[in-house]
Design a protein around this ligand. Structure first.
Ligand code: XIL
Length: 386
């Protein structure tokens, strides 16, 4: 319970102080010269970061200084997933999510509820009755209502953006054959939005979130779904493009086309989980968490000491640059751009899809310092339309 209130008591300045004691004085002095990312993008879109469970547990993590200076929105990496909150039917692990919300609210950061309903990181018990049989459609919908009610009661006042459904549409536009879909049917996503719109506060922003949103089949299906919901008078406020992108894929032209396609339905676009996989993946493009882990080898893990050659950092900066140029050019449609993590040190790309390699994904390095990509991204904010 103590941790639950700790962030209310600790001022941002003190938290920054904690961070400064862990870096050298010289770095701390330079730190003051580093412009704030979210301030640079003020008037264009919010800039978000993501807190891992480990960071939420460790109030002395130097990443807090970054989170407070550069991000005016925050997402929880894992602590609000159903499997973390209720790994067993009567186990209630809400402490981390509670701490996350207190921290972000104390810093006036627009908070994201990630995620209400997802096929992954959801325990089997959710779909079963006490005898171990699959629930009926009505019983599963009732269980989903219970979860939405719990989230609304605990965090409805603080959380602005809700990933109501994560990843229910496949690249070819078909519904994912998840357990939800098998039990509820093809209207699982629609029912989830009905539940969210009834139970979450009226000002909650309801999002559909997915990866590889430049795939034509998925893009068209998402556009059709938004139009269908709107025709039925059902609320949907935003589309989340996860943005787990590679160095050479997708093409920025396709990113722009998807943003425009979603935006033209009248909803806001959110880039919800932005990172770039510098090391790349041999055989697939998406962020499908069901993919089996690839073994680490010297070939797929070329910089195990955590330092990439300057030419690679430049390539990385340029790719971030072209992506942000595209985002800035389409800022009318975009409400928020959130990075999936804080620094390279704890990025999930150190474990996905290759387990245990040293990857490079974000704007801050393993020493919590801004990389060339940070400055390249910052420059793009100047290209805003007047
Ligand atoms: C990832 C987390 O980053 C990992 O720590 C976890 O092991 C698996 O999930 N799409 C999503 C995120 O919507 O919730 C996933 O997060 C990454 C892919």
């Amino acid at each position: 319970m103590l941790r639950k209130h700790i962030y209310k008591a600790i001022s941002p300045a003190l938290l920054a102080g904690i961070a400064i004691t862990t870096t050298s004085c010289e770095e701390a002095e330079n730190e003051a010269d580093v412009p704030s990312l979210h301030e640079a993008f003020e008037g264009l879109f919010l800039i978000g970061g993501t807190l891992s469970d480990r960071m939420i547990l460790d109030t002395s993590d130097p990443g807090y200084a970054i989170a407070e200076k550069h991000f005016n929105s925050l997402s929880p990496e894992n602590c609000m997933k159903w499997g973390r909150m209720n790994p067993e039917p009567n186990v209630e692990n809400y402490e981390l999510a509670e701490t996350f919300v207190r921290y972000g609210a104390a810093n006036d950061q627009a908070l994201v509820g990630h995620t209400l309903f997802w096929h992954s990181q959801t325990p089997d018990w959710v779909y079963k009755d006490e005898a171990g049989n699959d629930l009926s459609r009505e019983a599963l919908l009732a269980r989903m209502r219970e979860r939405a009610t719990l989230m609304a009661e605990r965090w409805g006042d603080e959380i602005v953006y809700w990933d109501v459904v994560n990843e229910s549409i496949m690249g070819d536009g078909s519904w994912r054959k998840s357990k939800y879909q098998q039990i509820i049917g093809d209207d699982f996503t629609e029912q989830a939005f009905r539940i969210a719109s009834e139970i979450l506060p009226p000002n909650a922003q309801l999002l559909y979130n997915d990866y590889s949103m430049t795939d034509a089949g998925r893009r068209d299906a998402v556009v059709a779904m938004v139009k269908d919901f709107k025709a039925k008078g059902l609320r949907i406020d935003g589309i989340g493009m996860q943005g787990h992108w590679l160095m050479d894929f997708p093409d920025t032209k396709d990113i722009a086309e998807s943003i425009q396609a979603f935006g033209s339905t009248g909803v806001k676009v959110h880039i919800t989980e932005l990172d770039l996989d510098l090391l790349g993946r041999a055989s697939f493009f998406g962020a499908d968490v069901d993919i089996r882990a690839i073994q680490v080898t010297p070939e797929n893990n070329p910089y195990p000491d955590g330092v990439a050659p300057p030419a690679e950092e430049e390539r990385f900066a340029n790719r971030y640059g072209e992506i942000f140029e595209t985002l800035v050019a389409n800022a009318d449609h975009i409400e928020r751009v959130t990075f999936w993590g804080i620094t390279d040190k704890t990025s999930w790309l150190n474990h996905f899809p290759v387990r245990g390699r040293t990857n490079f994904a974000l704007l801050f390095d393993r020493q919590y310092q801004p990389k060339p990509a940070f400055y390249r991204v910052l420059e793009t904010a100047k290209n805003r339309k007047e």
